[in-house]
Design a protein around this ligand. Structure first.
Ligand SMILES: NC(=O)c1ccc[n+]([C@@H]2O[C@H](COP(=O)([O-])OP(=O)(O)OC[C@H]3O[C@@H](n4cnc5c(N)ncnc54)[C@H](O)[C@@H]3O)[C@@H](O)[C@H]2O)c1
Length: 352
């Protein structure tokens, strides 16, 4: 969202923002608990999920009401904002419906399944004058935010090389056929593309070369479970984004920026700074889920939603950032399809 775009203020600064959570799956259940217990400015009013029993299982222990239809909260006077944590294919429609109903929206990544969908969601939110935040949680992880500050302040000098990686815990999908095509780019690496963009402020991604394969199910028709992407930026910086669906040691998220005056690294995969020194050497325990490793970042991003709603201002990360990250993911798909370098779109017209 353009920082100058006015956002309607619906909540008095002294009252909590009343939130409905839409999509009570794995991350939705975590967001509901975070909203109810860890974000003082939020009041979880309702949980929505059409899957039988899903909303009740999440809502009841948290003192919220359960609904199976999203219209029940979009028409409710006691809901200021909607947190969309439903399956990605539903994001565009839910964001547009929420904005049309005058509700502020937080939407998990990706904000749509194409650049056209994300642009439609952006337009709906802008037309309605509501806050539209997107779930790029790494921006709210303290060390990633500190790294960005170091880049912005010029401490690292001119940005030359950047890295971001995501490794999902475990041994990969049990059934490769249920993983939608291009998931590694649109659902996983989308975080890394946003992280690279975040760590290289003022520049935009120009083109990519993507390489990916299934190392877990060799020869599978659509599954890509490991990927390495090189992103070239408008300021000449070279970024690398890397993902794996199978890290046996845990959930691993890291970043790095090399500048002309120094280097900064983020993330070490350890769940705490505790080190156990014994006969086997020095060990650290690792986080085995995103909600464990990035627990505080999830709370911080939802607190940012409430702050933006209360203050009547655009959120720290919104539709433009969602569009820019998805544009890199789309270029990766193009690169994989053509086998060569692919341009990153900066507008829907360019994509079409
Ligand atoms: N930012 C992050 O770190 C992060 C982490 C995990 C997932 N996500 C994103 O969150 C979303 C959900 O992921 P998940 O792992 O929880 O998936 P999930 O499959 O566990 O849950 C999705 C839920 O959405 C519900 N749903 C589907 N369509 C709906 C609709 N129209 N209205 C209401 N509910 C609907 C389903 O019934 C299901 O309960 C995805 O978009 C995913 O990309 C983001």
């Amino acid at each position: 969202m353009d920082p100058r775009t006015p956002v309607r203020r619906t909540t008095m600064t002294s009252t909590p923002v009343r939130v409905a959570l839409v999509g009570a799956g794995r991350i939705g259940a975590a967001h509901a608990e975070t909203l109810a217990r860890r974000v003082p400015d939020a009041h979880l009013v309702a949980v929505v999920d059409p899957r039988p029993g899903a909303a009740t299982a999440v809502a009841t222990p948290l003192g919220a009401r359960a609904e199976t239809e999203v219209d029940a909260v979009l028409g409710a006077a006691d809901v200021d904002a909607v947190v969309v944590a439903a399956s990605s294919v539903a994001h565009r429609d839910l964001v547009v419906a929420a904005a049309d109903a005058g509700k502020h929206v937080f939407c998990e990544k990706p904000a749509g399944m194409s650049l056209v969908e994300i642009d439609e969601a952006r337009r709906a939110a802008t037309a309605a004058g509501v806050v539209f935040q997107v779930g790029f949680n790494r921006r709210f992880a303290r060390e990633f935010a500190q790294a960005r500050d170091l880049v912005e302040s010029g401490t690292l000098g001119e940005v030359r090389q950047l890295r971001s990686l995501t490794r999902d815990p475990g041994r990969g999908p049990s059934d490769p056929d249920v993983v939608p095509p291009w998931t590694i780019f649109t659902q996983t690496l989308i975080h890394d593309f946003d992280t690279l963009n975040f760590l290289n402020p003022g520049a935009h991604a120009v083109d990519v070369v993507a390489t990916a394969d299934s190392l877990l199910f060799p020869g599978h028709a659509t599954l890509l479970d490991h990927a390495t992407v090189v992103v070239r930026y408008s300021n000449g910086a070279l970024g690398t984004a890397e993902a794996s669906f199978a890290a046996v040691y845990g959930y691993d998220v890291r970043g790095e920026v090399l500048g002309s005056e120094g280097m900064v690294t983020m993330g070490e995969g350890a769940s705490s700074s505790l080190r156990v020194h014994g006969q086997g050497g020095r060990t650290a325990s690792t986080a085995h889920s995103d909600t464990e490793l990035l627990r505080d970042a999830y709370a911080a991003e939802l607190a940012e939603l409430c702050a933006a709603v209360r203050e009547g201002r655009p959120p720290a990360v919104g539709a433009d950032e969602a569009f820019a990250a998805f544009a890199v993911a789309q270029a990766c798909i193009d690169s994989m399809t053509t086998g060569g370098r692919a341009a990153v779109a900066t507008s829907v017209l360019q994509e079409a």
